[in-house]
Design a protein around this ligand. Structure first.
Ligand SMILES: CC(C)(COP(=O)(O)OP(=O)(O)OC[C@H]1O[C@@H](n2cnc3c(N)ncnc32)[C@H](O)[C@@H]1OP(=O)(O)O)[C@@H](O)C(=O)NCCC(=O)NCCS
Length: 180
């Protein structure tokens, strides 16, 4: 779990920081509130236990956790040297949505993953939302998704220029994602 002060970002009344164990219940609540089912909240709990590494950040406003984002490593078979992060899930309490909280979480997470040495990111999500952060449809990078999804919802972004230049194949998520 990340805990260094260097990963804490403050914007006016909002703090984006690595989660602590004392945030786990609040993080669960944010995910349950934002999604239609508890699957994503349960996924967060499972990844925290089982993934080799997670970057899990909260957005805290006036002492309340109002948003959460998690990143966990994904694999590209045949390219063990590539360090690629999967962004998922992310959630903001419904009453705090459309106020920029999600954007702050994505940007903070991108910076931290880059500092940790990751060269690229993938996300499976709203094609109207993620391109604003630099994500493009993943076939542009020669990457496919292991799940049957429309091409435009699986997106990728390089954190280091040219990182995915020679990569090709199907991205594999942690097994816990297959239960969502
Ligand atoms: C997606 C989510 C995390 C965005 O957080 P947020 O704090 O509302 O996002 P921001 O305020 O930074 O950005 C708001 C922008 O996102 C867009 N947006 C929000 N939800 C969206 C959605 N479901 N599809 C497309 N765009 C969406 C808004 O239209 C708005 O665009 P604008 O700036 O052009 O008006 C939040 O809406 C949420 O928790 N949704 C439910 C859970 C979910 O869908 N998670 C993502 C799974 S891929």
């Amino acid at each position: 779990m990340l805990s260094n002060a260097e990963y804490v970002i403050t914007y006016c009344h909002m703090q984006i920081r690595p989660e602590k164990e004392s945030d786990w219940d609040a993080v669960h609540t944010v995910n349950v509130s934002a999604f239609e089912t508890p699957s994503e909240a349960n996924l967060v709990d499972t990844l925290r236990e089982q993934a080799q590494l997670v970057v899990s950040l909260v957005a805290e406003e006036n002492g309340e956790v109002v948003g959460h984002i998690m990143f966990s490593p994904v694999a590209l078979p045949g390219y063990p040297e590539l360090k690629i992060m999967g962004l998922a899930p992310m959630a903001v309490l419904p009453e705090h949505q459309r106020q920029g909280v999600g954007s702050m979480l994505v940007r903070a997470g991108m910076g931290i993953c880059k500092q940790l040495g990751f060269g690229a990111m993938v996300v499976l999500g709203h094609p109207e939302y993620y391109p604003r952060f630099g994500f493009s449809s993943s076939p542009c990078f020669g990457l496919g998704c292991e799940y049957q999804v429309p091409e435009d919802v699986f997106m990728a972004m390089e954190l280091q220029p040219g990182y995915l230049r020679d990569a090709i194949g199907t991205i594999k998520y942690h097994a816990a994602f297959s239960s969502v």
